[in-house]
Design a protein. Structure first.
Length: 204
């Protein structure tokens, strides 16, 4: 499904991600050069100059609307690619506006993102569980793979941000997971080891 942007003409959005705060984290859209440049310019302008600080995404019937606040524009980057002119719609640009935090997990903030094309149930195969891989990457203490089931069961509510709320629900086919380790994550892991709930050997 494609969404239109109410504030601007001839731009069509196929995916949008918002931070847990509700601010824009990722926007994928199509449009012609003039419309795309107008959006980029509007985001850079101040509110007194007519700049945009929120985008309203609408379905073709306008029955569903999603308001996305832009937040701090300085943290956002953009990338554009041109579609072949031989397509049905002629020369279109495919553009992405994104927060670099989506691409690079941070051990400093103990947070990061996993982006998928479709919702996936909790993986049973460690080799294909990107959420667990991310948790291990940003953890300050080493984690063993056979701890995954216990850790994710015990700490899932604290590790994974709820992105189903209206203020931050994603739009389109992309399905994000935001992981943020609680401040006491390391101490909780240590206590699980001391208590014998986590063992060094998988079959212990």
């Amino acid at each position: 499904m494609m969404y239109r942007i109410r504030e601007l003409q001839d731009l069509y959005v196929d995916a949008c991600i918002r931070l847990p705060s509700g601010d824009l984290a990722f926007l994928s859209f199509y449009g012609r050069d003039g419309s795309v440049q107008q959006l980029f310019a509007s985001l850079q302008l101040g509110t007194q100059e007519g700049g945009l600080r929120q985008l309203t995404l609408m379905t073709s019937s306008s029955a569903v609307e999603t308001v996305v606040t832009v937040g701090d524009v300085k943290r956002l980057e953009k990338h554009t690619g041109r579609l072949p002119k031989q397509t049905l719609f002629g020369g279109l640009l495919h553009c992405w506006i994104y927060d670099p935090a989506l691409l690079k997990p941070s051990r400093a903030t103990r947070s990061g993102w996993v982006l998928r094309d479709s919702p996936v149930a909790q993986a049973t195969d460690l080799a294909v569980d990107p959420v667990w891989d991310l948790v291990k990457q940003i953890s300050e203490v080493p984690l063993l793979d056979h701890w995954r089931a216990f850790v994710m069961s015990e700490l899932r509510a604290d590790l994974l941000a709820d992105l189903d709320d209206e203020a931050c629900r994603p739009v389109g086919r992309i399905h994000p997971t935001f992981v943020r380790l609680p401040s006491d994550f390391s101490s909780r892991i240590s206590s699980y080891v001391r208590n014998g709930q986590l063992t060094l050997l998988a079959d212990a």
